[in-house]
Design a protein around this ligand. Structure first.
Ligand code: PLP
Length: 466
């Protein structure tokens, strides 16, 4: 009875009270706590969720680019409930049916041999680096400045962007290279003059660091949270060849770009290469349960037949997480989700290209499948970013506020706006969100025009950290 009374009291609590309790007693990730302004999510379905005031939001972020089959998919919910009833937990040293089924499926879709299970993407990258070091007997890992690999100590150090700064020096042995960022080529090249310096300088780094010291090159399949950096077609074949030349492992972090986001299981499958190690999370379960994985090639799997694999946590290979992943992967096939990504991806690319032509504030658009970004500039010719790297600006804040006012939930960071909805989205729903974005970009164009006419009113952009 007491439980019922408590439940009734909880039901009467206002949204503000619930949010306040969250703020009073919990710490929000990646936030200055005093500035955290969490929204209450009450319920969700497909590409929509509802806030505490019952406003319906169109989710163009798929909740951190993660809920590929959308919110509350009945088949995934059913599989989770079934597994909970049958066997909720078994220690990581036990065999369970969902674990074996998932391992076999992952080998099939990646062409690799065996899967090690983790609780998420960061831990997958920690273990991938550890496995590469154990297997090769070498220590150094080459990563890229614009890749993000997670928020645990090793994965945070391996990340290149400013999110790593606070933990530095972090773990030893991480060496960084530049990314294939063609719109702002770090080597000052244009498409016509490019000699793939983004690969050849990595060979120079290998020489300077000692080829026999380098265990692996760790890259995001397609860089996500630093701007959907789709590489030139021959980037991956060249990188693969470089790894083979020096006996260096290629670790492909597909946490964000994998499992359907680009229309394939792995983004690198677009380029016809096979990595030695793949890490994944997010789209593996579409976020219904926490799960990550490190999938390794046959030689690596063979090595661990006779050598200890130093790793694993209490919850590794959790049966409910594995069951959720199996159901999620079945939905991908039964509902032809990747085909939808291809179809909607063409529509999205067309709309984005039109947006680039239409608005002065849009410098570049990049997309592959339903993985896309709009990069905003003050001036198309100079490419001056609308907000500085690691910073924000009044115009970007204005755009973000407008999208919020229209209940479009989309991720903005520095001078970029991401369009990465659940993969079940329809063309009509995509159009609904893109129309809102167009109205927001029109406001930015107006604001820029106003600033040009009234330079005395322009505010300095704000840098976020050190
Ligand atoms: N790797 C990439 C490419 C990511 O985008 C992320 C998270 O956004 C991670 C790793 C970390 O994954 P998780 O947050 O599940 O630890």
């Amino acid at each position: 009875q007491l439980v019922e009374i408590e439940a009734a009291q909880a039901a009467e609590r206002t949204s503000q009270e619930i949010v306040q309790e969250n703020r009073d007693y919990t710490l929000f990730s990646w936030s200055v706590q005093g500035a955290a302004n969490p929204m209450l999510m009450k319920r969700a379905e497909g590409v929509y969720f509802w806030d505490g005031d019952d406003n319906r939001w169109l989710d163009f972020s798929a909740q951190l680019i993660n809920m590929n089959v959308g919110h509350q998919h009945p088949k995934v919910l059913e599989a989770i409930k079934k597994q909970v009833d049958e066997l909720c937990f078994a220690g990581p040293g036990f065999a369970t049916e969902p674990r074996g089924v998932l391992g076999k499926k992952l080998a099939e879709v990646t062409g690799l041999a065996k899967a090690f299970f983790t609780l998420g993407g960061s831990e997958a990258n920690e273990n991938a680096m550890k496995i590469a070091r154990l297997f090769t007997g070498r220590n150094k890992i080459i990563t890229r400045y614009r890749s993000y690999h997670g928020a645990t100590m090793g994965s945070m150090t391996a990340s290149g962007d400013p999110r790593r700064w606070p933990v530095e020096p972090g773990i030893p042995g991480v060496v960084r290279a530049f990314d294939p960022y063609c719109y702002r080529c770090p080597f000052g090249q244009k498409v016509e003059t490019c000699h793939r310096e983004c690969v050849s300088h990595i060979e120079e780094i290998i020489q300077m660091e000692g080829p026999n010291e380098i265990a692996a090159i760790l890259v995001e399949g397609i860089t996500g949270s630093n701007g959907i950096l789709v590489p030139p077609d021959d980037y991956y074949p060249k990188l693969r060849a470089l790894c083979d030349k020096y006996g260096i492992l290629l670790i492909d972090d597909e946490v964000m770009s994998g499992f359907g986001r680009t229309g394939k299981y792995l983004a690198t499958q677009h380029y016809g290469i096979k990595p030695d190690i793949v890490t994944a999370a997010k789209g593996l379960t579409s976020g219904y349960m926490p799960l990550g994985t490190v999938i390794v090639s046959d030689p690596i799997a063979q090595y661990f037949e006779t050598h200890m694999l130093y790793g694993g946590l209490t919850y590794s290979g959790h049966p409910v997480s594995c069951a959720a992943a199996n159901a999620n992967l079945a939905v991908y096939e039964e509902e032809q989700i990747f085909e939808n990504v291809d179809t909607q991806g063409v529509y999205l690319a067309d709309r984005l290209n039109a947006i680039k032509d239409k608005f002065d504030c849009v410098g570049d658009v990049r997309s592959i499948g339903l993985f896309s970004v709009i990069e905003l500039v003050k001036d198309k010719a100079s490419k001056e970013p609308l907000a500085p790297f690691n910073g924000t600006s009044a115009e970007m804040a204005k755009l973000a506020m407008y999208l919020k006012s229209q209940h479009l939930y989309a991720f903005t960071r520095f001078n970029m706006l991401w369009v990465c909805p659940p993969l079940v989205i329809t063309q009509q729903q995509l159009a609904e969100g893109l129309d809102i974005i167009e109205r927001g970009l029109a406001l930015v164009d107006e604001a820029l025009q106003h600033s040009r006419n009234h330079p005395e009113e322009v505010h300095a952009p704000v840098r976020l950290t050190s």
